[in-house]
Ligand binder design. Structure first.
Ligand code: 3EB
Length: 329
């Protein structure tokens, strides 16, 4: 797509760092903790706590730092921080606040969109959804399917929404309710789909009454270069789950899907700024992590989490942020 205006400068960087609970510096846009149970409760609206256990010894946190002055605040149950170019925010519902998951999800998404419009960051780049007991419930009553319906109802209010879907992750947690955190920008990114996969928003009926509203990746042009926000990616070819029961083969298929996205978006040489690996079962972790290091090369920042993937037969999922030369800060 031609650029109508000069792209904004990339105004943040993201790092995985050893976890600390020290007060956040003024340049922090968001600090994401990954641990079971409650996170550090210092009340800073920039702290985001994902209720997933990390594999490996020293726990890491994901820190988004800004190169421009940061403002932060809360409004209507949402917490956010922004710097004039991007906004990172979160909305958390406890399970006790969720009476009807479909309705609660639709309401959450409408609420977030209203915040983004009001603050002037209307373009979603990336969304993370963490939902307790994602695979609980049978058939169309499965919690992931209820969540998917609610999200669809909110996003489908916008005409042409399927051409402007953000990259996303939806992972199950052992407790909590629904946590949504998101990165939005003043100017839009470009939606990317994967030629090896049916677009999720076109999945057939067998996966639920509404198809999942997300894109395979968002490509964002910054003045320094391009970044690619890759969605949670799993062992799905066409629309089918492949390599049922084999976590290593699922990881290899996932790597082929990531490679295909990088090639089809014209970023075959891009490097990963950070990857996340979600593994459903603890007993698969060692072998999966070892294979991931071989596939993605040692030295790539990697965060390993125990989480439930949206389809019950999927055992692993990966997501990542890639940057062209120059797009990495
Ligand atoms: C898949 O390819 C795997 O519903 O937001 C991956 C990333 C998946 C995001 C979502 C679901 C979502 O269908 C599942």
């Amino acid at each position: 797509m031609p650029q109508l205006h000069a792209p904004d400068p990339c105004s943040y960087n993201v790092c995985y760092e050893p976890e600390t609970v020290a007060p956040l510096a003024s340049d922090v846009l968001a600090c994401v903790h990954f641990r079971a149970g409650e996170g550090p409760g210092d009340g800073d609206p920039r702290r985001i706590c994902v209720r997933l256990e990390q594999f490996g010894s020293a726990p890491l946190m994901e820190v988004w730092r800004s190169t421009r002055p940061v403002k932060h605040g809360r409004s209507d149950g949402l917490a956010y921080a922004h710097n004039g170019v991007v906004l990172i925010g979160q909305l958390e519902l406890g399970q006790a606040d969720i009476d009807d998951l479909d309705r609660a999800t639709a309401h959450a998404y409408v609420h977030i969109e209203a915040l983004l419009r009001r603050t002037g960051y209307p373009s979603w780049l990336r969304i993370w959804n963490y939902l307790a007991h994602i695979n609980r419930g049978d058939g169309d009553a499965e919690r992931y399917r209820l969540f998917t319906q609610g999200r669809y109802r909110a996003l489908a209010l916008k005409p042409g929404f399927e051409a402007h879907l953000p990259a996303a992750t939806a992972i199950g947690t052992p407790d909590g309710g629904l946590l949504i955190y998101f990165l939005a920008a003043r100017s839009p990114g470009v939606q990317a789909e994967n030629p090896r996969q049916v677009s999720a928003f076109r999945y057939p009926r067998e996966y639920g009454p509404r198809s999942p509203s997300f894109s395979r990746a968002t490509q964002k042009h910054w003045a320094q270069g391009r970044q690619l926000f890759i969605s949670g990616t799993a062992s799905v070819v066409g629309h089918a789950t492949v390599h049922e029961g084999d976590p290593i083969e699922q990881l290899e298929e996932t790597a082929r899907n990531l490679r295909s996205l990088l090639e089809s978006t014209g970023m075959p040489g891009a490097r990963p700024l950070g990857l996340k690996l979600y593994v459903r079962r603890a007993e698969h972790f060692e072998a999966v992590r070892k294979r991931a290091v071989d596939l993605f090369s040692a030295g790539v920042p990697l965060l390993c989490l125990q989480g439930d993937v949206s389809r019950p037969h999927l055992l692993v999922e990966m997501e990542g942020l890639y940057a062209d030369e120059g797009g990495a800060r």
